[in-house]
Design a protein. Structure first.
Length: 464
């Protein structure tokens, strides 16, 4: 089959399957071959699941033949970040101490996708323990550094490194990722793909490795905004196994309509980032040409990152304290992360409580912005993908963006490609929305992708 099939969006694959121009088994074999042969090239593959995948694909073909198509994802292959439990299949959390870990149940999102008829072809690599201790090396993973499909000398982003690389290289049509503080929008921006961070509470985390319970979110990485909406529809919903999930139902709407969206442009420091500034200004021009109204806005004056840090570290200690106190912690790859994890045990209750109080004051003030605008715009990160050898702690200090906003306020965000750097690396823009208003940011993203072709660009064959 043509390599172009690897970069075909889910919505087009759906049409091919329904028209019986290809079977789910054929599609699954194609992506299994790509993931098995090219996945190790990007350090993206944690575990291939061929037997399960082909069994699920055969079932999908039978349902399609009978006309029993209850979900758009029926017969579509995908990969899952390796912090999601999969029954009988290793779930290693990207960390050497857990290399033999196997659960006897599926994470809720994996179960929901199975119900939708999607085909799990593999588990995808990640930064060890989702970067719980603040790592400094791209190599902080059992599977090695996530390599960027656009240039193998650059990072694919963390902690969902394998999910970003696999979608960016056309090894899976979509992947499940997770974000606590940037692990969906970072790989999306670096790898030139689309990523959706759902509202906190929209998607169950049952069966996902816990990092920070009040910040963790599971969402999709795909080629288009529409594809992300299709996946979200399948994985969203209340789950009695996750008390944080909301009863509010979700149905994806791809209707373009004639609504004029009001977009608030958040301030950004473009010092030494001229190419990012140019791409961001051009993206704003595209939005205006598409009929949207733009104006500058500012967030309420809080110390967002300083507020998020004690919450993240305190909750990490709560989730991982027995492991951190054990000798196993010394088996982690990244020394800085080991030390960072140990420091989480020193978070004071008073610091955590003050941060939580500030957070509760902050959230309603932030949400009032959406009385005046429908969404907020910002560069996803303020630089292209860093070199593999870069000190990531230094990189994180310069990344800019509004990751702490999402971590603290639980608002959804869609990251889409908006250009390429002079070195040919992707640049991304984030569209941040109100709580439980994913359809608005998806419609804005679809309008942008209708007017541009950045999401259709693909890495040079010399890399991918």
């Amino acid at each position: 089959m043509d390599e172009e099939l690897g970069f075909t969006p889910v919505n087009k694959l759906v049409r091919l399957l329904r028209a019986k121009k290809i079977s789910s088994v054929e599609l699954t074999r194609y992506f299994l071959k790509r993931l098995s042969e090219l996945g190790p090239r990007y350090n993206a593959l944690a575990e291939l699941t061929p037997e399960l995948a082909l069994a699920q694909a055969r079932r999908a073909d039978k349902l399609i033949a009978r006309g029993h198509i209850a979900s758009p994802l029926l017969g579509i292959p995908y990969g899952a970040k390796d912090l999601l439990a999969t029954q009988g299949i290793p779930t290693r959390w990207g960390a050497p101490p857990f290399k033999d870990q196997v659960f006897d149940y599926d994470a809720t999102v994996v179960r929901y996708l199975q119900k939708a008829g999607a085909v799990l072809i593999g588990k995808l690599a990640m930064v060890e323990l989702a970067g719980a201790g603040s790592y400094e090396s791209a190599s902080a993973s059992l599977h090695g550094p996530g390599l960027n499909p656009w240039n193998l000398n650059h990072w694919s982003g963390g902690s969902s490194s394998g999910s970003g690389s696999a979608v960016g290289a056309g090894l899976v049509p979509f992947a499940l990722a997770s974000e606590t503080w940037g692990s969906i929008f970072s790989p999306a921006a670096y790898c030139g793909i689309t990523g959706l961070r759902p509202t906190w509470g929209r998607v169950s985390r049952y069966g996902a490795m816990e990092l920070a319970w009040s910040m963790d979110k599971v969402g999709p990485l795909a080629h288009t905004a529409e594809d992300c909406g299709l996946v979200l529809q399948a994985i969203a919903g209340h789950d009695p196994n996750d008390f944080t999930t909301h009863m509010l139902p979700y149905k994806f709407s791809s209707r373009k309509g004639s609504r004029v969206f009001r977009l608030g442009v958040l301030p950004a420091d473009f010092t030494d980032n001229a190419e990012m500034e140019t791409a961001f200004q051009e993206a704003q021009r595209v939005f205006r040409t598409s009929g949207m109204q733009l104006r500058p806005v500012k967030l309420p004056p809080y110390a967002y990152e300083a507020t998020a840090a004690p919450l993240l570290h305190g909750e990490t200690a709560g989730a991982l304290a027995p492991f951190i106190r054990s000798e196993q912690v010394e088996q982690l790859v990244d020394r800085a992360q080991i030390e960072g994890l140990k420091r989480t045990l020193e978070v004071r209750a008073g610091d955590y409580a003050r941060a939580q109080k500030t957070r509760q004051q902050m959230i309603p003030e932030v949400l009032t912005l959406f009385d005046e605008v429908d969404a907020l715009l910002t560069p996803a990160v303020m630089h292209p993908a860093p070199p593999i050898e870069a000190n990531l702690k230094a990189v994180f200090l310069k990344r800019g963006g509004y990751g702490a906003l999402g971590a603290l306020c639980g608002v959804p965000s869609l990251t889409v490609p908006m250009g390429l750097s002079q070195d040919g690396l992707p640049l991304g823009i984030s569209i941040i929305g109100n709580r439980f208003d994913e359809n608005t940011i998806l419609q804005i993203g679809m309008a942008f992708q209708h007017a541009t072709d950045w999401h259709m660009r693909r890495p040079s064959s010399s890399f991918a």
